[in-house]
Ligand binder design. Structure first.
Ligand code: CTP
Ligand code: CA
Length: 220
């Protein structure tokens, strides 16, 4: 409603959100992927739009409807996601929820056949780090937020990631349960100011709480 009336706390702001997995092709019929459903990122994009933001959602391959009021850019690979983020700048804030594949392969143009020589050796190469690049970008948004999916030592890993990536906030989620693909989430907000845990709940509730924090930050 705030978005429609033009009086939301994020009115006039441009927010960038990445979501979903990336797919890294091996050959024309195969790819490397991960278990990200895109649900948390899509919920966040919708919650930010509901607060009045102009939202650009850069999305890997997912089976989700675009939230109302959100402009969606579809990509497949990490490199394409990096290019789409670059093209979407400037932004007031960026939230990188996507589970970007850490490694891709140099794809072959033809389907790899089962041969006498045994399984193919895939030469993995590291993908660009979109969040780290954005954090040090000449057009860096005022607020850069990363997500960290961890199965253990969640807070310690998030604190290390905050420093390594150069972002303002890491939203750490414990994915040791069925978070990836599931409907609920438990996140900890890790920043230079300390650690704040949001109540465990549906991904929509987590998204609304996070959107409110982001609006609060941009107000100041
Ligand atoms: N990220 C990114 N580009 C990459 C990898 C990650 O932008 N190539 C972003 C994710 O969108 C997320 C944050 O970085 O916001 C943390 O991702 P994560 O996979 O937890 O971090 P990594 O540095 O890849 O560390 P790990 O070894 O734990 O996977
Ligand atoms: Ca990673």
């Amino acid at each position: 409603i705030a978005a429609v009336l033009g009086d939301g706390p994020l009115n006039g702001r441009h927010l960038l959100v990445t979501a979903g997995p990336t797919h890294e092709p091996i050959d024309p019929v195969r790819y490397i992927a991960n278990r990200s459903s895109g649900k948390q990122g899509y919920a966040l994009a919708g919650a930010l739009a509901a607060l009045g933001a102009r939202v650009t959602l850069i999305s890997g391959p997912v089976a989700l409807a675009t939230p109302p009021g959100v402009a969606r850019v579809d990509v497949e690979t990490a490199r394409q996601m990096a290019d789409a983020v670059e093209a979407a700048l400037p932004a007031d804030a960026a939230v990188m929820v996507a589970a970007v594949a850490d490694w891709g392969v140099e794809p072959t143009g033809q389907k790899i056949k089962k041969g006498e020589g045994g399984p193919p050796q895939l030469a993995l190469r590291e993908n660009p780090d979109i969040l780290a690049t954005l954090s040090r970008h000449a057009k860096r948004p005022a607020l850069v937020v990363g997500f960290a999916a961890e199965t253990n030592d969640v807070i310690a890993h998030a604190q290390a990631k905050l420093a390594k990536k150069g972002c303002d906030l890491i939203v750490a989620n414990d994915v040791s349960g069925d978070v990836m693909g599931g409907e609920r989430n438990l996140v900890h907000l890790v920043s230079a100011a300390g650690v704040e845990s949001l109540p465990e709940g549906p991904k929509d509730d987590v998204a609304r709480a996070l959107a409110a924090r982001i609006a609060e930050f941009l107000k100041n």
